[in-house]
Design a protein around this ligand. Structure first.
Ligand SMILES: [Fe+2]
Length: 273
């Protein structure tokens, strides 16, 4: 679902399903891994940290998708499938419904170490895959894909908002404080700190209609985060598709919230002024 600008090229697998990475690409993975490992205790949800341990990713090289799939299969029956950066909604939902997580296969350049708009393999594997070992989270993801295949085409953007504000940028309120479970934050060093410690973003309790009414931008730190209490909350959002479809209808009739950010063009002009 991400847009690419052509800077990164998807890696093709060989006959055994393995992809080749250069020594520098392995070092980028190692350095990203080490940095997030130091940063995330106290910021990431314990469920994520436990899941990361369960997944047992290599630290000093880019993992192969097959080895990640082998571990996921044992835990929840999920797998990872390599895809180009840009795939259709239909393909995206079809893969999720089949318990296959679509993953970009290139890794970011060192000059974009801190932030890149396109999802790279570090974001996909380190950010997304650990929680796919968590049963309730894994079931939520599959059900989300199943519903995605059923909604009208014009409602797919609403479902994209639900994914954005949970799977990518979700926060969880725990007895020990606010914690991160969204992959978009977990794989970004700048946003992990900003989301919890800056005092800037607004936190809202997750409500389906509210999420469906909230526009977002992919190229800025988020001005608003939606908060859950646990992964049961996520599963409850999708367990009855009629409730979800009603919420889409209600959101449509109420209309979109005014964005809490300037439109992209206006923002860029403001920066230049
Ligand atoms: Fe993602």
């Amino acid at each position: 679902m991400a847009k690419g600008d052509g800077k990164y090229i998807s890696k093709e697998p060989d006959a055994q399903g393995n992809r080749a990475y250069t020594a520098e690409e392995h070092l980028v993975w190692r350095d990203l891994y080490n940095r997030q490992e130091k940063l995330l205790p106290g910021l990431a949800a314990q469920e994520y940290l436990d899941a990361l341990e369960k997944l047992g990713l290599p630290r000093d090289r880019v993992p192969q998708l097959n080895e990640v799939s082998a571990t996921l299969l044992q835990h929840t029956g999920w797998q990872v499938e390599g895809v180009p950066a840009l795939i259709s909604f239909k393909k995206f939902f079809t893969l999720l419904e089949a318990r296959k997580f679509p993953a970009a296969t290139f890794i970011r350049l060192r000059e974009e170490f801190d932030y890149l708009q396109e999802p790279d393999i570090f974001h996909e594997i380190y950010g997304h895959c650990p929680l796919l070992t968590n049963k309730i989270y894994a079931d939520f993801m599959q059900k989300y894909g199943e519903i995605g295949l059923k909604v009208a085409k014009e409602d797919r953007a609403m479902l994209a908002r639900l994914y954005w504000f949970t799977v990518e940028f979700g926060l969880m309120k725990k007895p020990e404080g606010m914690r991160i479970y969204g992959a978009g934050i977990l794989s970004s060093v700048g946003e992990s700190d900003y989301a919890l410690n800056s005092g800037i973003p607004e936190y809202r309790k997750l409500d389906l209609v509210d999420v469906f009414r909230t526009p977002y931008r992919i190229d800025i730190y988020q001005p608003v985060y939606f908060v859950i209490n646990g992964f049961n909350d996520l599963y409850n959002l999708v367990k009855d598709e009629n409730v979800l479809l009603d919420a889409i209808r209600e959101a449509r009739s109420l209309g979109e919230h005014a964005p809490k950010f300037p439109p992209k063009e206006a923002g860029l002009q403001a920066v230049g002024a």
